[in-house]
Design a protein around this ligand. Structure first.
Ligand code: ZN
Length: 240
């Protein structure tokens, strides 16, 4: 099977323009580093878009030609048009994959698809993060070690206000004692949603080999499976 999924990486791309720490870490933007990570682990057809692009980076033609949408946002969730968030939600229900990273937990498309508040505890204090794979048979665990060690990250702690994941792949432990469901899968309509926690903008997390592998595996897991579109509504018997 060809693996050339059309992956669109949507990035808010604002921190890099106002915080020199972030632009030094990610001179081409975090989305470029995420794309480089994907290329290490798959033959993906990648497009980078940003909030400040025309039509907020996602004109209908782009969205309709995306198999998996990767989303990183933080400062400007409220600027994303409700109509765009609704189109993303609809595309997922129709079969598009959505991979939401880090602070994207509060993005409009993710919150619409979850139907809950999606908030959590957080702390910026250079905690080390230990991500334990709790479902080693899952497709997203492919090629990963038993645990992923990140030297310093922002802490996210439970309770994470999301529906119980359909599949939980990993949980994080932080130096401060908190834990977090950090790699979560949901099915929505014909589509799939994968949330992966790490990736605060002031850390080099998207250069971490195992983090990159999780994202690549997540994109592959979320890709449309190509099943028939179900017919709904009033219907004749299959057999008379
Ligand atoms: Zn953050």
């Amino acid at each position: 099977m060809s693996e050339a999924f059309r992956v669109t990486i949507w990035h808010e791309f604002r921190h890099e323009k106002r915080n020199p720490v972030v632009s030094a870490l990610y001179p081409q933007g975090m989305h470029a580093a995420i794309a480089d990570g994907l290329r290490m682990f798959g033959d993906f057809d990648i497009r980078l878009v940003a909030l400040d692009d025309p039509e907020q980076g996602l004109p209908e033609a782009t969205l309709n030609n995306t198999d998996v949408l990767v989303w990183w946002g933080h400062l400007a969730h409220h600027e994303v048009a409700d109509a765009l968030a609704e189109r993303v939600q609809q595309r997922v229900l129709d079969g598009m994959g959505l991979v939401v990273l880090h602070s994207g937990h509060m993005s409009k498309p993710f919150r619409r698809l979850m139907g809950t508040g999606c908030m959590l505890k957080w702390r910026e204090a250079d905690d080390n993060e230990r991500i334990w794979i709790v479902n080693p048979g899952h497709a997203i665990a492919r090629g990963l070690p038993e645990r992923i060690e990140i030297e310093a990250e922002e802490m996210y702690g439970e309770h994470f206000d999301v529906p119980t994941p359909d599949e939980l792949v990993a949980i994080s432990w932080f130096k401060g004692g908190e834990v977090f469901r950090s790699a979560c899968c949901w099915y929505r309509g014909a589509g799939r949603v994968f949330y992966f926690r790490p990736g605060h903008e002031t850390y080099p997390t998207y250069y971490h080999q195992d983090v990159r592998r999780v994202i690549a595996n997540g994109v592959r897991w979320a890709a449309p499976v190509g099943g028939a579109a179900p017919l709904r509504g009033n219907t004749q018997p299959v057999q008379s």
